[in-house]
Write a protein of this length. Structure first.
Length: 243
């Protein structure tokens, strides 16, 4: 894993030295809300609001399962992203996808174009400093957006990702209540849901909900992949190095 991470860092350094021009080659629409996977036999586990103190433990659990997942990260929410640079690098090195969840989890529907742009570009700058590139995938905080939000995000080159299974783990974040989120996830899979929302900032999510979700997915013979993969979008389209 250390060799893989070192290779990734060298590759990212090269990307910084030779920035690419953004060319929208993806068949996935920009500035349009996407709520479910399109590829058969797969699900996408996604985690919002991190990185935080439980994210490394989550990565360990996911690594043991062989799954790939997506992290929609903030720049300054539960902690500052620069305090977790090695965790962000580990996500990419281990095959996971990193998406944007804005700089500080502001409600984009309440902002004008300049405010939305600031929320996105502040995080872009931080991720360029950590990874050498930034995402083309994002999730609006609170699932909150309006027509101007989507138009602005489209102009900025973002695919907008929601979910068709919201585990509500933020409401069920205690040992006595997390079972409610386990039931939501299991029922969601049973009803054909594919793209779920969880949060890696809660210990109960990482230590209770995720292990049970892994069992549920494996028991149904499904494969856990990144959001890009679950939409059939090649990894070359997930990131860019210049605006």
């Amino acid at each position: 894993m250390h060799i893989q991470l070192l290779f990734g860092v060298v590759l990212l350094s090269h990307a910084l030295a030779a920035p690419l021009i953004l060319e929208r080659q993806s068949s996935i629409p920009y500035g349009t809300v996407i709520t479910r996977c399109t590829q058969p036999g797969v699900v996408a586990l996604t985690f919002d609001d991190g990185p935080f103190i439980y994210t490394e433990e989550l990565l360990d659990t996911i690594a043991a399962s062989g799954f790939r997942v997506t992290f929609f990260v903030n720049g300054n929410n539960y902690d500052n992203i620069n305090n977790h640079a090695s965790t962000i690098q580990r996500m990419v090195a281990e095959g996971h996808q990193v998406g944007s969840h804005t700089w500080d989890h502001g409600d984009l529907a309440t902002m004008d174009t300049a405010g939305i742009t600031s929320e996105m570009t502040q995080l872009e700058d931080a991720l360029v400093g950590i990874l050498g590139f930034f995402p083309q995938y994002m999730r609006p905080p609170y699932f909150s957006y309006n027509d101007n939000t989507l138009a602005t995000l489209g102009d900025l080159g973002y695919h907008v990702i929601q979910a068709d299974i919201d585990t509500l783990d933020w409401q069920n974040s205690t040992p006595s209540t997390i079972g409610g989120s386990e039931e939501i996830y299991e029922e969601g899979l049973e009803n054909g849901g594919t793209l779920s929302l969880m949060h890696d900032v809660y210990q109960t999510t990482v230590e209770t909900l995720v292990p049970q979700a892994i069992k549920d997915i494996q028991g149904r013979g499904l494969t856990s992949v990144t959001v890009g993969e679950c939409l059939g979008d090649p990894a070359a389209n997930w990131y860019r190095t210049s605006r």
